[in-house]
Ligand binder design. Structure first.
Ligand SMILES: Nc1ncnc2c1ncn2[C@@H]1O[C@H](COP(=O)(O)OP(=O)(O)OP(=O)(O)O)[C@@H](O)[C@H]1O
Length: 901
């Protein structure tokens, strides 16, 4: 910038194109580099600067506030322009037409919508201009280096179609006028003052950086009123102060403000110097020490050292009241002393504090008040909250009876085992209710790290207490009922075995002094009543299982689900959604439909979700009705009053319940009021389909799928209970290899190999067609697939199904569509008993299958199956594989086994 150019009045045109500066101010003499990518600003740069050859061309830079606040600047008002979206891209107000009068401040009702143009700006010229065009989008961006030139005031803001411009008046005086003004004695003194402070600053900075020497030369040769702008532009000062400088057309105002800002800056640098000198004097080799001294020095300087100390005192007081055992209290005091020696900013302070806070928050002495167990009330409660499950409830009452007689009895931990949604968690919470204790659930699914249970030692960064101690802290008592949920889903790996930590927790001998690694002092968890849930016991470690009493909760029959839904789920879900049966009616037939067509689960979790979806739909309807009623009342109080008093228009039902429907004429004015009686949402098939979508199961699935030879219906047991599983086999040209797909474990893979061997060995006996039998041996590969493969499957019980699918494939005969089977099979064809029979039969029943082939040694398990289910099914027993095949295929099977029972 050459001296004498800026501020020359003759260069300012009467109208300038306006570039908005959001919350920023450009001062005369300052140079800024900006990137312009808002469409209107890009157009402005393009049309005013890029396309015009005129290098010295000026544009106006006008600050823009993004919220309504009266500027603190020197007596100026603000220009406001309403932005419909209140977004920055609209500052050019493309939708606006006409001019904005600066004397008027437009204020929209909504303060957020307001943008405010400052009435004073700076004319600027571009020193450098670069254009960038994005390769793929063609978007243009400009980088402009702007130099502030001269202050102007806005007389009128004009919006043209592309960007804004303003009719302006020059505010900075021309050179001759300014020189005249400088002669004013006050301005003269202020200029000297400013230069003195600025000189001191430059000298100080020069000691650090030689380049400030050049600034010193400028300081001596340039007039103070111009240096004032340039200095302020280079400091970090607030937007308000910059606005003040912009508005300071009067030289006295400008110089005093600039002197104040420069002096402040100088003071800051001096204090910083002083501090570092103070610390330097005591420097130790250790870098941490330096930091500490510096922080202390700053605190002293600021006179601000007490807050943390107060907090520590409060923490100590709290710790004194929570009744820690003496050894823990000693430990806590040691830690507290350590904390006191540290500075809050010191590493380790935070973690030490968090640790002490945990000690202060743990319920060392707080316990739920134990009340006498009322067995009759407990039974009533269990009955009222859970349908069926008589055996389970009986066992729970026995458990409670023992606790009543001997409160500190160390009985086994009850572990509810069953598929999801059969009520394991809710039974546990009922037990807590009966015992009058607080209930907390620890979800152990996926826990593989011992530290998850027992915490990390405090030497780890980010260490925390384990889930057990954390749970106790959250529940706030030391004798809650704690449910160890999904205890079968914990697994050992390199990070240790969570089960071993659980063993310690559950062991009455050890849990008086449970040691969490983070806590590092013993905590007594012996008063906690532990319960557990698991989906299956097979995956649980033997020692853990040994501490538990397993209570099985098999899945429900459709009839049981219907009862549970009608008596428990629907009332509870409606209540949770704030509605009643006055708002929605779900008939039994629709619940049955949801059970058979929309769910295929052992429990009632999805059924509950579907009911919740219906409740939400009804809740929306109710809420909408309320709203329309309210709107109508707001609009025409007399009319609604009349209707409330029963004098409304015709069609009012006896119920007196009214809904007002307002029809608007498009301009927000109501033209008619109509009343209708409010009907509950009656759920029928159409509503079900509307809310839940089309039915997911149609009952014809098995028939369709087994129509092709090579498919058999098996019954398997997975973590979600018994399941119907289709086994598909096919062949293709190959070398006699076996391919298996569908999330299978090793045991099931072995079963498939056994099945193939068995069928190959008996090709003739089974009277398989000769060509098929031949190719089965060597020329073809066999591929067996278990569809619906998201659920991992293992276990030997698919053996008979695999053989049946292969025999069906090579014998070219379809298996009976209504028949499912389960059983392990030996190489010799013996059928061995399997587990989970009840769940498997229930699964077959759910899927509408009528016949189940079982190993004959599983016959005793049928006692477990509800009679209602057995009455609807044909159970066929098999000792050998031949029996299974005989039952599986339609009568007239051409390859009946030679030896038949
Ligand atoms: N026999 C029953 N009577 C009444 N409600 C039941 C019954 N069985 C389950 N429910 C209800 O079904 C829902 C699911 O039950 P809950 O959460 O206890 O299942 P869960 O077996 O613990 O499942 P998960 O293993 O997935 O945690 C709950 O709302 C529960 O009250």
């Amino acid at each position: 910038m050459a001296e004498g150019q800026v501020g020359d009045a003759s260069t300012l045109p009467p109208v300038l194109a306006i570039l908005p500066f959001w919350n920023k101010v450009l001062l005369p003499g300052a140079i800024v580099k900006i990137r312009v990518n808002a469409p209107a600003s890009v157009r402005l740069i393009e049309q005013e600067l890029w396309q015009k050859e005129d290098k010295g061309r000026l544009i106006g830079v006008l600050p823009l506030h993004d919220r309504l606040e009266q500027s603190s600047s020197a007596g100026s008002s603000v220009l406001s322009s309403s932005s419909p979206q209140g977004t920055r891209t609209n500052v050019h107000g493309e939708k606006e037409r006409g001019a904005v009068n600066p004397s008027e401040t437009q204020v929209s009702k909504n303060g957020d919508d307001l943008i405010q143009w400052h009435p004073r700006g700076v004319a600027a010229r571009a020193l450098e201009l670069e254009q960038e065009v994005e390769k793929y989008t063609g978007r243009v961006t400009y980088t402009v280096m702007l130099e502030g030139w001269c202050r102007f005031g806005v007389q009128e803001l004009i919006s043209n179609s592309s960007y804004k411009s303003a009719r302006i008046t020059q505010l900075d005086r021309n050179k001759a006028e300014t020189e005249q003004a400088e002669k004013d004695p006050e301005v003269h003194v202020l200029s000297r003052q400013f230069k003195a402070v600025a000189g001191e600053l430059i000298s100080l900075l020069e000691q650090k950086q030689k380049s400030f020497g050049r600034t010193k030369v400028i300081l001596e040769s340039w007039p103070a009123y111009r240096l004032a702008d340039i200095f302020v532009a280079n400091f970090e000062v607030s937007f308000e102060e910059r606005l003040f400088m912009l508005d300071a057309v009067d030289l006295r105002q400008r110089l005093s403000k600039a002197t104040e800002i420069v002096a402040r800056h100088l003071q800051t640098i001096k204090v910083a110097e002083k501090l570092s000198a103070k610390v330097d004097g005591q420097l130790s080799k250790n870098q941490k020490e330096v930091l500490r001294h510096q922080i202390r020095a700053i605190k002293e300087e600021l006179g601000d050292n007490d807050d943390d100390e107060d907090d520590v005192v409060a923490l100590e007081k709290k710790m004194q009241t929570v009744g820690m055992p003496p050894n823990v209290w000693k430990h806590a005091q040691r830690e507290l002393r350590r904390l006191r020696k540290m500075q809050p900013q010191q590493p380790g302070y935070g973690s030490s504090r968090t640790y002490l806070e945990l000690l202060a928050e743990l319920p060392w002495q707080v316990a739920s008040e134990e009340r006498e167990i009322d067995l009759v009330a407990a039974k009533e409660r269990l009955d009222s909250e859970h349908y069926g499950l008589s055996k389970v409830k009986k066992r729970i009452i026995e458990y409670l009876a023992v606790r009543k007689l001997k409160p500190d009895a160390r009985g086994p931990v009850l572990c509810f085992v069953g598929p999801p949604g059969v009520g394991k968690t809710s039974l546990a919470s009922s037990i807590a209710g009966a015992l009058g204790r607080k209930f907390i659930r620890l979800s152990l699914g996926g826990v593989r790290d011992e530290a998850d249970i027992r915490g990390h030692r405090r030497t780890y960064i980010g260490s925390m207490p384990g889930r057990l101690i954390d749970g106790i802290k959250r529940v706030g008592v030391n004798n809650p009922v704690m449910l160890l949920d999904e205890i079968d889903k914990t697994g050992a790996d390199v990070r240790g075995d969570p089960a071993s930590a659980l063993l310690e927790v559950l062991d009455p001998e050890q849990n008086k002094t449970f040691n969490d690694h983070y806590l590092n002092v013993p905590f007594d968890v012996s008063k906690v009543v532990f319960l557990a849930t698991a989906n299956r016991v097979q995956t649980m470690s033997a020692p853990l299982l040994d501490r538990m009493e397993v209570i099985e909760l098999p899945g429900y029959t459709p009839e049981e689900k219907l009862h549970i839904a009608m008596r428990h789920l629907i009332p509870r879900v409606l209540d949770q959604h704030g509605i009643t049966d006055q708002h929605v009616r779900i008939p039994e037939s629709m619940v049955e439909l949801m059970i058979s067509r929309y769910t295929r689960e052992a429990g009632v979790r999805n059924l509950e979700r579907h009911i919740a979806a219906l409740a939400r739909a009804a809740a929306v309807k109710v809420a909408e009705k309320h709203q329309s009623e309210r709107v109508a009342r707001d609009m025409q109080p007399e009319a609604s009053q009349a209707i409330e008093q029963g004098q409304g228009s015709a069609g009012l039902g006896d119920s007196g319940e009214v809904e007002l429907v307002v029809e608007a004429d498009g301009r927000g004015r109501e033209v008619a009021l109509q009343s209708v009686a409010m009907e509950p949402l009656l759920v029928d098939e159409a509503v079900l389909e509307q809310v839940l979508g089309p039915p997911r199961f149609d009952g014809k699935e098995a028939a369709e799928r087994v129509a092709t030879p090579g498919v058999a219906v098996g019954l398997v047991w997975t973590a979600v209970g018994g399941e119907v599983q289709f086994v598909e086999a096919t062949t293709m040209i190959g070398k006699g290899n076996l391919h298996l797909t569908g999330q299978l474990g090793d045991v099931i893979k072995e079963s498939a190999q056994i099945a193939l061997t068995w069928v190959r060995a008996r090709a003739a006996e089974l009277k398989l067609p000769v060509a098929e039998a031949g190719s089965l041996m060597k020329e073809r590969d066999v591929h067996i697939h278990f569809p619906a493969g998201a659920v991992p499957k293992d276990g030997p019980s698919a053996g008979v199904t695999l053989v049946t699918a292969l025999v069906s494939l090579f014998g070219k005969r379809s298996v009976r569509a209504d028949t499912a089977m389960t059983g392990e099979m030996t190489l010799r064809g013996l059928v061995l008993p399997v587990g989970g029979v009840k769940d498997k039969i229930l699964a077959a029943h759910r899927c509408g299958l009528k016949r189940v082939i079982l190993p004959d040694r599983n016959q005793k398990d049928l006692q477990e199956v509800p009679a209602a289910v057995l009455a609807n099914m044909e159970i066929l027993l098999a000792k050998r594989m031949e029996d299974v095949l005989h039952h599986a295929f339609e009568e007239g099977c051409p390859w009946q086994p030679a030896s038949r029972l």
